[in-house]
Design a protein around this ligand. Sequence first.
Ligand code: PLP
Length: 348
Amino acid sequence: MIDLRSDTTTQPTPGMREAIANAVVGDEQEREDPTVLELERRVAAFLGQEEAVFVPTATMANQIALRILTRPGDELLAEENSHVFLYEQGGPAVFSGLVMRGLPGHHGKIAPEQIRAAMRDWSSGHMPITRLVSIENTHNSSGGRVWTLAEIDGVAATARELDLRLHLDGARIVNAATALGVPPAEIGRRSDTVTLCLSKGLGCPLGALVAGSEELMVAARRAKHLFGGAMRQAGMVAAAGVYALDHHVERIADDHARARRLGEAWAGAGLPVDLEQIETNFVFLDVGPLGITTAEASARLADAGVQLSDTVHPTILRAVTHLDISDDDVERASELVPQALGAARVTA
Ligand SMILES: Cc1ncc(COP(=O)(O)O)c(C=O)c1O
């Protein structure tokens, strides 16, 4: 089976397993785990922030950030299909008491004017206080689209001017940095807080970090404990993160090249693929024009030995390249998918 469902499906490599086996560990809750401390130090620099806090998942990293930047009843602005709005079970409302206001995006991105227009006039005492903007780079549900530095700067300047805080869900910030040709710190330093996920393109079994100023990270450590994320010998997992920073950052460019090859092959075979969408490691395949549902398409593909996954868009399946997808897998999927879906049947 060629598993293109997500970059979260990877197996730890032999080298990563060795790093895990040899990890020097201690009580992380007491800040006595040297491997966690090393990972936190390295990731803070990697993301251009003063300090980073290691947590089990990117969802927890996001939720901690949203909590420490707001007070209950405050309003959070984010693109309407962003991960914090769609896939975290209303966490901003549950954990932080936030009013969640989704704004329509273009390729997952919102514009400074939209933020300005969305600001509530709370001077009369009736309205929630618009407090926080959250952006996502790369943006998952738009197909791994990238915010440029100029686009982030536009939003960040407007947020500063309006006294709003800015969070970056950078679960895939390494993909964004690779696409832009800049170090992740160039992106990560532009917001108050930033999330990095270790279990996507970086290929770790689990783990994420939230980063920000020293002052904010004091609050983040408290929230981490509150959320049940303070761990013990967590260096067993952090060792994979340290290993990934050394071995899995440069190779993200290979994932992007493979996604492009896959998209070009499918488009060349007549499948409805918008090549402009492929900026990183996602390929969107619209089965609507083929006259079949995504469920039907997925079943046919599974029979052919290829797995894709659903998206928030009813007719679109996605393929995501990652550490466990080789050039050979790409060659095979380039042929198998058009065959399975009968590309000749494209009607639009
Ligand atoms: C953009 C984005 N943010 C956050 C997350 C949450 O990651 P996790 O599943 O590790 O909590 C994901 C996972 O797919 C994601 O795509």
